[in-house]
Design a protein around this ligand. Structure first.
Ligand code: NOJ
Length: 968
């Protein structure tokens, strides 16, 4: 961490010198492994793996001591309740209440708690004030719907003794087969097992027990010892910090198997391949489990299961023609082991078809066992039901999906004005400029440095002239300094996180000594909301938005660079229980604050977060943190962004150019060409790097970067439509191969090319130095056309070599799609609002195509009252038509009026048939018109391998109206 904290200027110089010198000697920078725990250094991880190994070595899951008491089972209104007992020995049993909820969506929730802790019937050590229950509020932060219980779920009467079967799901095609002893659940779809819980017998809930401080009279050492590894039950030390663990051991673990599935995806955030690797060794596999413990990992490494800044414990398993998923709703430190092997012959596992089993083992340090099982069968259906539970991606403002220019730091308001001016001078589009921590008055958030930013308002007014925005950073650590009103208020109102003794917690971050706002506290949210009001956060205007960084939280002198686990949050929950939610509570509060900056000014907030959890997609965008200006980091960003999309948080991107280090001009250029395919597109750079705004790159680089950015702007209508789709059904914005071609096994693990929404645009970013061509994999037998010159690529199940000299972005269009664009260059997306559209109709083999377009004001929530245009374009029977996709609401008519003059200025039909050769016009029919009018058509024949195309200029049709253009 220390290397990127600015100290004094002299120190900066010294450090910069040191960095330069070390760069000359050391080939690359490396994560400090010693700062983060490996599994064997994390008590419960070590215990959980040992438990799994001991069960496995006994050869059968039958040894599992967990039994569902048949006589306790009740099934009422789509919910089964009962008690699982864990047998400790002949005399002792632990009671674990079980609730299995069958939801209307076809998802099942399995929840297990511990009776003694529910009743608070336990003793805490060290006079701790912590809550006694297992943490039971994750769902309060994460779940926003989808919990209606199924009315059709029913117990099947014909089950054998010791087994309960419940049919549910669409047409009763799903079944949960619950074996009572040992407790085990198999989830079946159409008679086939897809997901198994505790099939391997790794279910383990560490029950509460009192610490035996000393030997009872007459007991010797060996009698006190159990055969469990108690080493880390009561205390755990790492990196000079001792965790007091007042509640003792309380971890929860379970194996979740996917019989017949060879790929699992998701559980971000890891810098690794999209298809997750095995974690118990083997050629090219990991030896550590994937870890989920939100952390500020300085100079993170690639191809690693190490934890990073955010975590979403949601996984999709995929095999030919079937996708299933699980959500492990637990906010404590979590690890996931993955092993793949040949199918076994469990008698309960019906009709398993695939060749490989993927077996996963999940364990968390505390909390309830709370698992959701999704039976698919498609990735789309899983994204949708996951989104119904955790919320869909926020529909962002238009500007938020355009280009963001950031660095640490733009140093004065003059500097900002100058950068803004230069972008215009060089005719490079951008929408947002960002201020990192140095804009503040000595790291006191909600202030501007009066010397360097004397006129923040003037600066924002200049940006506003081109409809541009400002984003300022606000971190959760509040400087501990006398006479700083924000910290005084936070202390007075007791809104900060507390240490284990219940006193205000103090640690180190950018400002030095700091306290942390506790956004688990509703009063803290109210207070935080007020801080953003214009009269409080002086100097900000309506075109300013917020970046929440360091919200893991990052604590420079804390264990693993974060807070001690025995710190206390609102409600006396230990930090251990809520750690992975922490970042999300901050952005919840900031989102809320941006909604309430001024009465009557209701615009969609924009918040960027570094730390996140399931549900954070409702509030804003994420980025992959502090990457490096290297080719392999560029390459790694794609699996990371794709996996985030699979896990329901698709508004994702990586620092374009790389955060640490200075990219070569070629790397910078390629990064822009690749970055225009991140849903969140922002360039950013470390304070010690050289300036690298695109106009500084010199030719030919500047021109090429400009073209890449203009491509993003040209396609903004398609991107916005993809964001809209994500906001209503959870679809990823950029989609991996398996998502689009779920039966093409060769493509399942491909994570270096992507489709943009449902547009059929297939991009393969160049991520290697000196490339002049690239191989793109095509799964299907459709024609694919080069986006720029219509070169045809055809042939299913193989790769095709596409020219990719530096100035070329490898981008294909799959036949069968209609892509909406705006072709006029403007300085920012806001200035494109009233521009006419171009439609690219890419015909498929049958001579057909379809596509959609979603448009709204890009700013307010009026779309929720119907202020939008949603069109379906169809090309069939030689005619292109535009139909309404069901726009209606109180504000529809008013909105359509504002859009009344926005038209389609050009239609390009790619793959235009030979019969059009002599055609010079098409017939345009507007809805309701008696007769059509003619528009000119130019036909261009096939040239070599370049497809034919036809252009209709100025067809005089409106974007908000139904119409038809006859090409016959
Ligand atoms: C860490 C963030 O990851 C980085 O993007 C930012 O520039 C620094 N903090 C300084 O705020």
């Amino acid at each position: 961490m220390a290397a990127y904290r600015p100290l004094s200027t002299r120190w900066n110089l010294y450090l910069a010198l040191l960095t330069i010198l070390s760069c000359l000697v050391v080939p690359g920078v490396m994560v400090k492994h010693e700062n983060f725990k490996t599994c064997s250094q994390s008590g419960f991880c070590k215990r959980s793996r040992a438990y799994a190994d001991s069960v496995t070595s006994q050869g059968s899951a039958a040894a599992s001591p967990y039994r569902l008491q048949s006589e306790t089972i009740k099934f009422v209104d789509g919910q089964l309740q009962g008690t699982i007992v864990k047998s400790i020995d002949a005399n002792e049993e632990v009671r674990l209440p079980l609730t299995v909820s069958f939801l209307e969506s076809g998802v099942v929730r399995v929840l297990v708690d511990e009776e003694k802790r529910i009743k608070g019937d336990i003793e805490l050590r060290h006079e701790s004030k912590a809550r006694k229950e297992r943490y039971n509020e994750v769902s309060k932060w994460v779940l926003v719907g989808g919990l209606e219980r199924s009315s059709s779920a029913a117990v099947n009467a014909d089950a054998e003794a010791g087994i309960t079967k419940i049919s549910y799901g669409p047409g009763g095609s799903f079944e949960a087969v619950i074996r009572h002893s040992p407790f085990e659940v198999h989830f079946q779809r159409d008679g086939e097992t897809h997901v198994q819980l505790n099939d391997q017998g790794f279910l383990n809930m560490e029950h509460w027990r009192a610490k035996r401080e000393q030997h009872a009279e007459g007991e010797n050492e060996s009698q006190v010892q159990t055969n469990e590894d108690e080493d880390t039950w009561w205390e755990e030390s790492f990196g000079g910090n001792t965790d007091s663990k007042p509640k003792g051991p309380e971890s929860v673990g379970l194996d979740i198997s996917f019989p017949g599935y060879s790929h699992v995806f998701g559980i971000p955030e890891h810098a690794d391949s999209m298809s997750l690797k095995e974690t118990r060794g083997g050629d090219g596999q990991h030896t550590e489990p994937y870890r989920l413990y939100n952390s500020d990992v300085f100079e993170y490494e690639l191809n690693s299961p190490m934890t990073l800044y955010g975590s979403i414990p949601f996984m999709q398993a995929h095999r030919k023609g079937s996708t299933v998923g699980v959500l492990w709703l637990n906010a404590a430190e979590t690890w996931v082991d993955i092993v793949k092997n040949k199918p076994s012959v469990n008698p309960l596992a019906l009709g398993v078809k695939g060749k490989t089993n993927t077996r996963t083992h999940w364990f968390s340090e505390g909390g309830q066992l709370d698992v959701f099982v999704f039976l698919g069968p498609t990735p789309q259906s899983i994204s949708k039901s996951y989104g119904e539970l955790t919320g869909f991606t926020q529909l962002p403002q238009n500007f938020a999906i355009a280009y963001h220019q950031c660095r640490w730091n733009y140093v004065t308001d003059e500097d900002v004005r100058d950068v803004d001016h230069k972008f215009d001078m060089y005719q490079i589009p951008y929408d947002v400029i960002w201020l990192d921590i140095e804009y503040t008055d000595q790291k006191k958030y909600f202030t501007f440095d009066p010397l360097t930013f004397p006129d923040p308002e003037g600066m924002q007014k200049q940006l506003d002239e081109s409809d541009r925005k400002l984003v300022v950073i606000i971190d959760p650590h509040i400087k501990n300094e006398a006479n700083y009103q924000v910290v005084d208020e936070m202390k007075d109102k007791q809104l900060a996180v507390k240490n284990k003794n219940g006193d205000i917690y103090e640690g180190w971050c950018w400002p030095g000594s700091s306290h942390w706002v506790d956004c688990f506290n509703p009063d803290a949210i109210t207070w935080w909301t007020n801080l953003f009001k214009y009269d409080k956060f002086k100097g900000t205007l309506a075109n300013s938005f917020v970046w929440n960084d360091m919200n893991e939280p990052s604590v420079f002198n804390g264990p693993e660079t974060t807070m001690p686990k025995d710190n206390l949050h609102h409600g006396d929950w230990e930090h251990r229980d809520v750690h992975n939610l922490n970042g999300m509570t901050l952005i919840n509060a900031t989102y809320n604050a941006l909604l309430e900056r001024k009465k009557g000014e209701i615009r969609r907030p924009f918040v960027l977060t570094r730390s996140y959890y399931a549900g954070s997609q409702r509030q804003g965008a994420m980025w992959t943190g502090d990457n490096q200006a290297s080719w392999d980091h560029l390459a790694a960003s794609f699996p990371m962004v794709l996996n985030n999309g699979i896990a329901g948080f698709p508004f994702a991107g990586a620092d374009v150019g790389g955060f640490f280090g200075n990219p070569s001009k070629e790397l910078l250029t390629r990064w822009y060409q690749a970055g225009v395919f991140y849903p969140f597109l922002r360039a950013h750079a470390h304070i010690d790097t050289r300036r690298r705004e695109p106009y500084l790159a010199g030719e030919p680089y500047m021109g090429i970067i400009t073209e890449a950015l203009r491509l993003r702007y040209q396609l903004l209508p398609a991107w916005y439509t993809a964001f809209h789709q994500a906001s209503i059904d959870g679809s990823p914005i950029v989609r991996p191969q398996y998502y689009i071609h779920p039966t093409d096994e060769q493509g399942f693990a491909i994570d270096d090319q992507l489709y943009v929404g449902s547009t059929g645009l297939l991009a393969k970013p160049v991520v290697t130095e000196g490339a002049t061509s690239i191989d793109i994999y095509i799964a299907d037998d459709e024609k694919y056309y080069d986006y720029f010159d219509y070169t045809i690529y055809e042939g299913a199940g193989k790769t095709h070599t596409v020219d990719a000299p530096l100035e070329k972005i490898p981008l294909l269009m799959q036949g069968g799609h209609i892509i909406p664009r705006k072709d006029r260059y403007r300085r920012s997306s806001g200035l494109m609002k009233w521009d006419p559209y171009t439609l690219i109709v890419v015909l498929d083999k049958k001579g057909e195509a379809e596509g959609t377009l979603y448009v709204d004001d890009g700013e307010t929530f009026d779309y929720q009252n119907g202020a939008y245009i949603h069109r379906q374009f169809t090309f069939a029977n030689s005619a292109l038509s535009s139909g309404d996709l069901g726009t209606k609401g109180s504000k529809t008519a008013q909105y359509l009026k504002t859009m009344a003059a926005v038209r389609v200025e050009k239609i390009i039909v790619v793959g235009a048939p030979e019969e059009w050769k002599d055609k010079t016009s098409v017939l345009v029919l507007e809805e309701g018109a008696q007769s059509g009018v003619k528009a000119g058509l130019e036909w261009h024949g096939k040239e070599g391998n370049k497809g034919s195309y036809a252009v209709v200029r100025n067809p005089s049709v409106l974007i908000g109206k139904p119409w038809k253009i006859d090409f016959s």
